[in-house]
Design a protein around this ligand. Structure first.
Ligand code: SAH
Ligand code: SF4
Length: 372
């Protein structure tokens, strides 16, 4: 059977070379050709012996995901839609900034968590991406952008696992993909520049801390369990106090000394000064849930089926002020790629709702503003 070499981290590639009767350093050479140079044809890999190239041609290939579309925003953001088969598609977004280039990568076709404010969540879960499908988003984008921009050096400096899907519910494929991102023979990104974003899969946060402690973002969105249960259904399994304890355990391994909490600002739902005060209490004052953190407030990107609205700017700023004045570093995320639906939570891809989650979410009561 032909093996796609994008599926391997360096260890996996070494084991594969071993099976072909080749030395380990051949794996390193191959790995560099694929990831550093973007090669897809074995005949282009000029320093590999002809005999090895012939063996590879029979047993392996290097094949990325087919592209369905590419959209370029007026602000330079680029969104690609990739075909993952069976009528499913996933999205990848490149966000250029003055001092960095960030790639936002998908980990699943759809998502089983079903957050109310997330368009991916409304589609239900279709399937996990493979390691090759995760890494091929970076492999394609990096080499496409180099060619496009006429650069020979690295264009993507940061990766965020904030596209479609819950990365920690696809851990076995995620882990080798992270290792490829960090490997000096591949993309060589530092652990601080690779961020896994999670809705709070507590046991997998512990695994990640031990296996591959990259920067961690936790999607919090509410200061108390009643509201979070409603917005992020996974909270019923891993409530806030357990999540905070997991954050503190993660910090023992993390490359940064803080967790980034993402907080999607929903009009009249989680955005009042009382919610901000409750957050300060949660992460600063309560001994059980205190955690070293920063907040990233995300203006909600609306989509019709959510029935939710974006908080007005003044309320977002007031919320940020309350957190900042309590000494919590708080940023408000700039919305990028609005004109091409590339902003957070707008990544819809095209996933069939096989789990009927859409119907389940729309049956739930709309979240009401409640005093905290
Ligand atoms: N499943 C992971 C990572 C993907 S979602 C997670 O939930 O963290 C990436 C970020 O986008 C999360 O913080 C999520 O809460 C946020 N998000 C989802 N839908 C959004 C929307 N409609 N508007 C703004 N942010 C949204
Ligand atoms: Fe899944 Fe994240 Fe969307 Fe929630 S916000 S449904 S966890 S992708």
């Amino acid at each position: 059977m032909t093996v796609n070499l994008l599926d391997f981290d360096l260890e996996g590639l070494a084991a594969f070379c071993d099976r072909l009767g080749e030395k380990r350093f051949r794996a390193t050479q191959l790995f560099r050709w694929i990831h550093q140079k973007g090669a897809r044809q074995f005949d282009d890999m000029s320093d590999l012996a002809k005999s090895l190239r012939d063996k590879l041609k029979v047993n392996a290939n290097v094949v990325g995901l087919p592209i369905l579309s590419q959209h370029i925003s007026t602000d330079g953001t680029i969104k690609w839609l990739f075909d993952v088969g069976a009528g499913d598609a996933v999205e990848t977004v490149f966000i250029p900034e003055d001092d960095r280039g960030t790639l936002c990568i998908s980990s699943q076709a759809g998502c089983a968590v079903g957050c109310r404010f997330c368009s991916t969540g409304h589609q239900g879960f279709s399937r996990n991406l493979t390691t090759g499908e995760i890494i091929s988003q970076l492999w394609f984008a990096e080499h496409f952008l180099r060619t496009h921009m006429g650069k020979s050096e690295r264009v993507i400096s940061n990766v965020v696992m904030m596209g479609m899907g819950e990365p920690l519910q696809n851990y076995s494929a995620l882990l080798p993909a992270l290792r490829v991102m960090l490997d000096d023979h591949a993309y060589g990104l530092s652990r601080r520049r690779v961020t896994v974003s999670t809705s709070g899969v507590v046991p997998m946060m512990d695994r990640l801390g031990k296996d591959c402690p990259v920067a961690l973002a936790v999607s919090l969105h509410a200061p108390d369990d009643i509201l979070r249960d409603n917005l992020v259904p996974l909270n019923r399994k891993y409530p806030i106090a357990e999540l905070m304890e997991a954050c503190n355990r993660y910090l023992e391994f993390a490359p940064r000394d803080f967790i980034t909490f993402e907080y999607c600002m929903l009009d009249g739902v989680n955005d009042t000064p009382a919610h901000a005060a409750a957050l300060v209490n949660l992460v600063q004052r309560s001994p059980r849930t205190r955690v070293n953190c920063k907040f990233n407030l995300i203006p909600f990107n609306p989509f019709p089926a959510s029935g939710l609205l974006r908080s007005p700017q003044v309320r977002v700023l007031e919320f940020a002020r309350i957190l900042s004045e309590a000494g919590i570093v708080t940023t408000v995320r700039k919305t990028r790629g609005d004109d091409i639906d590339a902003a957070c939570g707008q990544l819809a891809g095209d996933v069939k709702d096989r789990t009927g989650i859409q119907a389940r979410i729309s049956k739930q009561r709309t979240v009401m503003l409640k005093p905290v």
